[in-house]
Design a protein around this ligand. Structure first.
Ligand code: PHE
Length: 349
């Protein structure tokens, strides 16, 4: 796809850690994308992640039909454990300074390792931050909206494969019970889906029990005999090695960057497994935040935009089917069409 517009690597004055902000595209509007605080073997791996994730945010907005662009911030955490609260505050203030320096070309939000309280702290320095707690005028936790948007995507796939948008009786395997994964598992359980769940944290068993779901160890979930596999944790779970193990008919989940490389989409297609691109499935969080905070639409209209993911997925599957392409290709073409349309000079034919 397109190359990045701007990448900033700035070593924070307080934390001494490199803050990496990747702005992929502002062709459709100012860039948005979360702040990821995570461990990587090397800071360059964090940079590579920021580059990939910000490009995915561009596609997320373009496919959702929203006037926004793609960006992402990554700070590579040292060592293995959590940051102590003081250090964490330093990191967040360093991030806030970098965002402020970008003058509104990019706004951040929550992502892996961050939440609304972190956004509140960033908001003390710069207004370019989504999902602050409601008491501070933000739209709060984005994960319930991401979960609802993911369910909308699942409905479209359910209709195509089984002729019904209801999740009742469908066998689904949810990988990852973080804020989004657990929320989605709850929605699915409430609708009567037959759930298998896992998490790297054994405490997830408690959620499994509460939902009447089957618990499966993390290393067994990919090969679970289910209708739909729902990746809801970290990325790169679909690889040349894992795709042959799958026993599902579709992979549809909100985890970012599920494919280890883009050609894995073709492997899935050849196995007859429907894969809906993660950036389409996971768009609910950012759609709600941008709609309510930036476009100032009411909660109902924002919610309708989130639920429209069902129509988007319907159309992608339809286009893919008609043209013998993967849904990934169909999504990429749609995104490029919208981005090219936006960058055409005014008055051009
Ligand atoms: N983690 C969110 C995503 O990947 C990022 C985000 C949410 C950004 C809400 C802004 C607002 O879409």
């Amino acid at each position: 796809m397109l190359h990045h517009e701007q990448v900033v690597i700035h070593t924070g004055e307080r934390s001494g850690l490199p803050v990496m902000v990747a702005i992929h595209s502002t062709a459709l509007g100012p860039a948005a994308g979360g702040l990821r605080l995570w461990h990587y073997p090397d800071w360059r791996d964090g940079l590579a992640d920021a580059l990939r994730l910000s490009a995915a945010m561009t596609a997320k907005f373009a496919v959702a039909g929203l006037p926004g662009g793609g960006g992402k911030t990554v700070v590579v955490l040292p060592g293995r454990g959590e940051l102590d609260p003081r250090r964490r505050r330093d990191v967040l203030r360093d991030v806030a300074d970098v965002i402020a320096s970008l003058g509104g070309r990019y706004a951040t939000g929550p992502d892996v390792g961050t939440g609304p309280d972190d956004m509140a702290l960033i908001g003390e320095t710069t207004p370019y931050v989504f999902c602050r707690p409601a008491r501070l005028g933000g739209s709060g936790d984005s994960s319930p909206h991401t979960a609802r948007g993911s369910l909308a995507a699942l409905r479209a796939v359910g209709r195509r494969l089984y002729g019904t948008a209801s999740m009742k009786g469908l066998r689904l395997a949810v990988m990852g019970l973080g804020r989004v994964g657990a929320g989605l598992a709850r929605l699915l359980a409430a609708e009567g889906a037959a759930l298998t769940v896992t998490d790297i944290d054994p405490a997830g068993r408690g959620i499994a029990d509460e939902l009447g779901a089957l618990w499966c160890p993390p290393d067994g979930i990919l090969a679970a005999d289910v209708d739909i596999l729902v990746p809801a944790a970290l990325g790169s779970v679909l690889t040349k090695q894992t795709v042959p193990e799958l026993r599902c008919r579709a992979v549809v989940g909100p985890a970012n960057n599920q494919l280890a490389s883009p050609d894995v989409a073709d492997l899935l297609h050849h196995r007859g497994i429907v894969w809906v691109p993660d950036h389409v499935v996971s768009a609910g969080g950012v759609i709600n935040a941008v709609s309510t905070e930036l476009h100032r639409v009411g909660a109902d209209r924002a919610q309708a935009r989130v639920l429209a993911i069902e129509t988007t997925v319907d159309e992608l599957l339809d286009t893919a089917h008609r043209h013998g392409r993967t849904p990934a290709r169909a999504a990429e073409e749609l995104a490029l069409r919208r981005l090219r349309g936006a960058s055409a000079p005014a008055g051009s034919p």
